[in-house]
Design a binder for this molecule. Structure first.
Ligand SMILES: [Zn+2]
Ligand SMILES: [Zn+2]
Ligand SMILES: [Zn+2]
Length: 267
């Protein structure tokens, strides 16, 4: 357990790549698999920290994910980067504004905030509107820790092709999606982990994503106690791949909930 929480876990809301799995129109063996672990919504996780709920990214599937996993409150949203599969569900936070009668704080890099403000221009339009719009409080981060639910969240910078992505470390857990390279100083900040989430798109190299093989190397290097791979494409059949991974490494799947704890850094 994280020190001050009765219950702390990471819930996988979506383990799929940007088009989701099944991919529209595809009849491959993964897209037609009956294994529910091969049905992957767009990438996102929810942190359940006591009664606090911290969301990482608002995928285009966020509304369905919130219904499916009975998300009843939202205390903050952290953004990894500005790609469509990570931000497009933002409009669907409105019910949380209604229920909580408050703004939702969102945390992102300056670059990601710029894209969010451009993409969701109507949200930031100061003129009166007859329609409801998400009510947000924007926070920009660089490298300093973000204090949420009484815990420090450390942004961990990585490269996503030519772009930048942020992972987050909280206590001895870290979530790092969409990356092709982790610079040395960030690797140092990922030492001594219990749980590590990494992007593992497929087998074949991709200019902006880690592969299954590259993420296995990262796990070897960083030595987390447990590793979970996410942002998975339709190239990886869950049962076949998961069976071949080392015992402490798994493919994530939608609905997987990982209890976490120990060594939380309180802020
Ligand atoms: Zn992505
Ligand atoms: Zn397919
Ligand atoms: Zn991306």
């Amino acid at each position: 357990m994280l020190a001050q929480f009765e219950h702390a876990s990471i819930l996988v809301l979506g383990s799929g790549t940007s088009v989701g799995v099944p991919m529209v129109g595809c009849r491959c063996k993964v897209c037609t698999s009956n294994d529910p672990r091969d049905k992957r919504l767009r990438p996102s996780v929810l942190l359940r920290l006591g009664d606090q709920r911290i969301l990482i990214d608002t995928s285009p599937d966020f509304r369905y994910q919130a219904l499916r996993y009975s998300i009843e409150r939202l205390d903050a949203i952290l953004y990894t980067h500005s790609h469509a599969d990570h931000i497009l569900g933002l409009d669907d936070v409105r019910p949380f504004n209604f229920m909580q009668k408050s703004e939702i704080p969102i945390y992102a890099s300056a670059e990601t905030l710029r894209v969010i403000e451009r993409t969701f221009q109507y949200v930031f339009d100061a003129s009166p509107s007859e329609s409801s719009r998400p009510r947000l409080r924007l926070h920009c981060f660089e490298t300093e820790p973000i204090c949420l639910a009484g815990l420090d969240f450390f942004p961990i910078k990585a490269f996503h092709g030519k772009g930048v992505v942020y992972g987050f470390r909280f206590g001895d857990c870290a979530y790092l999606t969409d990356h092709s390279d982790i610079p040395a100083d960030s690797r140092e900040r990922l030492a001594g982990l219990d749980v590590l989430f990494l992007d593992a798109l497929r087998h074949n190299p991709h200019p902006t994503h880690s592969t299954l093989e590259a993420s296995l190397k990262t796990v070897e290097l960083l030595q987390p106690k447990r590793a979970f791979f996410t942002h998975i494409s339709h190239d990886l059949l869950h049962a076949a791949i998961d069976a071949r991974l080392p015992a402490h490494v798994h493919l994530a799947y939608d609905g997987l909930e990982i209890p976490i704890g120990r060594n939380a850094v309180e802020c």
